[in-house]
Ligand binder design. Sequence first.
Ligand code: ADP
Ligand code: ADP
Length: 227
Amino acid sequence: MITLENVSKKFNAFQAISSVSLHIQPGEIHGIIGASGAGKSTLLRLMNLLEIPDEGEVTVNGHTLTAMNSKQLREARKSIGMIFQHFNLAANKTVYGNVAVSLELAGFPKKQQRSRVMECLQFVGLEDYAQSYPAQLSGGQKQRVAIARALANKPQVLLCDEPTSALDPRTTAELLGVLEEISRLGVTIVIVSHEMNVIKSICSRVTVMADGKVYDTIERQPQGIVK
Ligand code: ADP
Ligand code: ADP
């Protein structure tokens, strides 16, 4: 589903990612773990070309992103959702507006936008908060809005950058439950985290990173979510 072949990325003289090759299979919940600065976040951002690799090839769902022009890339990115540690919601937009934004950009008619936004808000259990603003929500609710936004375009892949690092343990457990539900819809999920318990609970394969390299990829039985 996601293939990186010999991907490298430098920031100025600093080699953040060194010739990484990685294959993520359809439907898996794939964890990426490693110390702070190991390159986890950069690797994730290379998967949707938020970072452009200096070398190597990135392929998602059979499409080679690194061979695309910007118009093709915009189209391909619709099938790749992303969520972040600090949610990255627009403070001046309502919950509804935050989720609708990607559908607006994609040019969906208003009526179709409405049913899709409400469907996504229902999925994350926030249909009663459509007219609230992010500042009125808890951290867990904000991350649910970000998930609803990421799902609006019906992505095949969901990239999660430290999705629970700003959340308390109970909210973390709830959020991991939401990610499992999304996995059951057939979405391939990649989770970057420095929290071992998060990775252990739901990931079936784990890539361990150190110093911009893949140290190992481990197949495992998810332990389940500890509530
Ligand atoms: P991790 O997610 O494992 O903590 P990152 O991928 O965020 O690691 O960063 C890996 C290294 O690359 C770090 O040393 C970080 O400071 C550096 N880095 C990341 N993004 C940039 C950037 N835009 N400019 C310069 N250095 C960066
Ligand atoms: P967060 O912990 O909120 O995810 P990050 O540490 O990943 O934040 O960094 C946020 C942004 O800053 C990213 O776009 C990343 O590429 C950039 N960044 C990270 N480290 C550096 C750095 N050393 N120099 C410049 N930009 C950086």
